[in-house]
Design a protein around this ligand. Structure first.
Ligand code: MLT
Length: 404
């Protein structure tokens, strides 16, 4: 009789955003007259921009004719997109990244879940607390953690690095030595950043102890302050210790199209083995490439018109961030983030815990957010709102929250 992967049984409940979606559907079914505003999951609401839509249409037309039809995409990504990414996101910004160090994928979520496959089962992971749940859950599934301690809200054998208002959301180096360090800046869920000099310290630390940093930069397009790195490769020595994950979802609105990429520098080696070669091997075996039409749309993001349109999308959502941040501050809430990121992290009021505030807000204001504790125990007593709504919904949500 087959045995299942019992590591899955260590995972408590369902995936955070599935739990929230279920609660909201139940509420809506019981209250069909209520107009619920969703500022929970970080999903975009603005349509794809004209340049992207044209690139998609053109690529569909190519696929509709024998002469220009494409079958399987190259598993590591089409050269035209790898080149556009390396040139625009890296070399044009002073980071020496080659085209073939870019691995195109169907999104940063898949890559952030899969990247752990490169490391041995006994590697220790370190994550910030709170943290995007995929980093931890994917390591639980792979058997790299101990059991879940319900009371502490933590997995055994995972190093949690608190990021709270007390330390300015800038985690300390852990006391125990990690092998894999997950960092995400601008941060999901707190919407906060660290200055370049602190990121440089993380890079130096990882190189010193031989760890690898998995750097999730999915929200880099939202950075507005000068001392924050858009890429970890702006730090000296990052190419020997860091893998970077990027997404087209949050800047260009590709949440439904699916496109992302991972940068694995050739200089990154551990035990004499090239992680670049390992990731290429893994991609070749498990992935048949992101769709041609979507990669052409990704290429269009880097055209002059595409860049201007993406800037417009980011500005649109950041206007929401300003409305949320300002509105909540005026109303006396303690709020963080929202300056270099489309997330606002607030302290829950009235002595309510994170899920208590979730229920209260849904019930009284018909507004959905994300309970901070869902991202880890240090998220207890916090709540996340996303700036990815429409202007009208965002304004209405803040008015409702202010009035309860
Ligand atoms: C979030 O709400 O945290 C994000 O949408 C999750 C994701 O990008 O997968």
């Amino acid at each position: 009789m087959v045995k299942v992967n019992t590591n899955f049984q260590r995972l408590p409940g369902s995936y955070l955003f599935s739990t929230i979606a279920k609660k909201v559907s139940e509420f809506s079914a019981a209250n069909p007259d209520k107009q619920v505003i969703r500022l929970g999951i970080g999903d975009v609401t603005k349509a794809l921009t004209p340049t992207i839509v044209k690139a998609l249409h053109d690529a569909v037309d190519e696929m509709g004719q024998d002469a220009t039809f494409r079958g399987y995409a190259p598993d590591l990504g089409y050269d035209f997109l790898r080149h556009a990414i390396a040139e625009n996101d890296y070399r044009g910004k002073g980071c020496d990244i080659a085209d073939d160090e870019i691995f195109v994928s169907d999104g940063a979520k898949s890559d952030s879940g899969s990247i752990q496959e490169l490391f041995s089962a006994d590697s220790r992971i370190a994550v910030t607390d709170p943290v995007y749940p995929v980093y931890v859950d994917s390591n639980v599934m792979a058997g790299r953690t101990g059991l879940y301690d319900e009371k502490a809200g933590k997995f055994e054998d995972v190093i949690y690095m608190p990021a709270t208002s007390e330390n300015g959301f800038s985690p300390e180096f852990p006391k125990e030595e990690p092998d894999i360090i997950y960092l995400c800046f601008p941060n999901n869920p707190t919407g906060t950043t660290i200055p370049k000099e602190r990121l440089q310290e993380w890079v130096d630390y990882a190189n010193r102890i031989g760890a690898v940093i998995i750097y999730d930069a999915a929200y880099e397009a939202y950075i507005s302050q000068g001392d924050v790195c858009h890429s970890i490769y702006e730090c000296d020595g990052a190419k020997t210790c860091a893998i970077e994950l990027r997404s087209f979802s949050k800047n260009a609105g590709f949440t439904g199209l699916r496109l992302g990429f991972t940068v694995v520098p050739k200089e990154l080696k551990r035990s004499g083995v090239s992680l670049h070669d390992m990731w290429a091997r893994r991609h070749g075996t498990k992935f048949n490439g992101a769709p041609y039409i979507v990669q052409r749309a990704g290429e269009a993001v880097y055209s002059d018109a595409g860049k201007a349109e993406v800037r417009g999308l980011v500005d649109y959502y950041m206007e929401n961030a300003r409305v949320i941040l300002g509105g909540l501050k005026d109303a006396g809430y303690e709020v963080y983030g929202g300056v270099n990121a489309p997330y606002i992290w607030m302290k829950t009021p009235k002595g309510l815990d994170s899920w208590g505030f979730f229920d209260y807000l849904l019930e009284k204001a018909n507004v959905v957010g994300t309970p901070g504790v869902g991202f880890g125990p240090c998220g207890a007593g916090y709540f996340r709102l996303t700036a990815f709504g429409t202007h009208d919904n965002t304004k209405a949500a803040i008015e409702r929250i202010r009035s309860i």
